[in-house]
Write a protein that binds this ligand. Structure first.
Ligand code: XMP
Length: 250
């Protein structure tokens, strides 16, 4: 990510979440969107809006290959959240389909949980990005609850415990919603530049590049603000230009 970000001069991850009633032209629309905005992004993030209708080894592999042709890494936002052997299978299949990284949920823990995902990723030289605080309102109910940190026995917010785990588990990134700059600030204060922060929720969900960047976000995940725009290329460029002002700080 660091390399492509430097090469492209962008820190925008496109959330390619196109939706349609019929899947027939979803593939060509997805590829068309990439073709339009690729100069302004540093990576692509795919979610179930595309994997379910297109199929991972059918349509999705074509989208992944297309992004790779432009040297853009592709993240599968699958939020892995099961027991170890299932987690491993999920991660391995996505990696075999060409994805460069997966997202995973630290709520399931390490032993016989996410240990298997990290093992598979290390073996296949891929990445794991952990959820630390999500962008929606209900995030507070889980990621924001006060828990007893098992290491220190102190009462701490769940997300700060997850940020510590991201560092000790060797995560390649953490997700903290752009809608919560104060949480980004807190997580950044601990992680510094050791694990980069990815923030979804820019635009449609209300997050702003300026406050998010000032708080410590390295990569901005942007979906509908670009994909639903009348002129996705112009919008992507405008968002890239705003975010670019903050790139030198890291
Ligand atoms: P929009 O259209 O809101 O798309 O720009 C955002 C994309 O990011 C996903 N999303 C999240 N993924 N943690 C994640 O790992 C989050 O807190 C989070 N919030 C949004 C969303 O599903 C969409 O693909």
């Amino acid at each position: 990510m660091k390399e492509t970000s430097e090469k492209t001069g962008s820190n925008i991850v496109l959330a390619l979440d196109l939706t349609q009633k019929k899947s027939s032209n979803l593939l060509s629309k997805s590829i068309g969107m990439l073709e339009t905005v690729y100069p302004y992004i540093c990576a692509v993030k795919i979610n179930r809006q595309l994997t379910l209708p297109l199929g991972v080894f059918e349509g999705i592999r074509k989208v992944v290959n297309f992004a790779h042709d432009y040297e853009l890494p592709v993240i599968m936002d699958c939020k892995i959240n099961d027991v170890g052997y299932t987690n491993r299978a999920i991660a391995e299949w996505y990696f075999k389909a060409g994805f460069d990284a997966v997202t995973a949920n630290p709520f399931v823990g390490w032993c016989s949980g996410l240990d298997q995902v990290f093992e598979a990723a290390n073996k296949m030289r891929k990445g794991v990005i952990l959820l630390v605080y999500m962008s929606h309102k209900g995030s507070e109910e889980g990621y924001g609850q006060i828990v007893q940190d098992q290491e220190t026995s102190k009462l701490s917010p769940q997300y700060t415990v997850f940020a510590k785990k991201a560092l000790s588990w060797g995560a390649d990134g953490v997700v903290v919603g752009a809608t919560y700059p104060e949480k980004i600030k807190e997580v950044f204060k601990f992680l510094k530049n050791r694990v980069p922060i990815y923030s979804p929720g820019i635009g449609v969900q209300g997050g702003k590049i300026e406050s998010t960047a000032a708080a410590g976000t390295r990569f901005f995940i942007v979906g509908r603000a670009i994909t639903l725009s009348e002129e996705p290329d112009k919008t992507a460029k405008a968002i890239r230009d705003i975010s670019k002002r903050f790139m030198t700080e890291y």
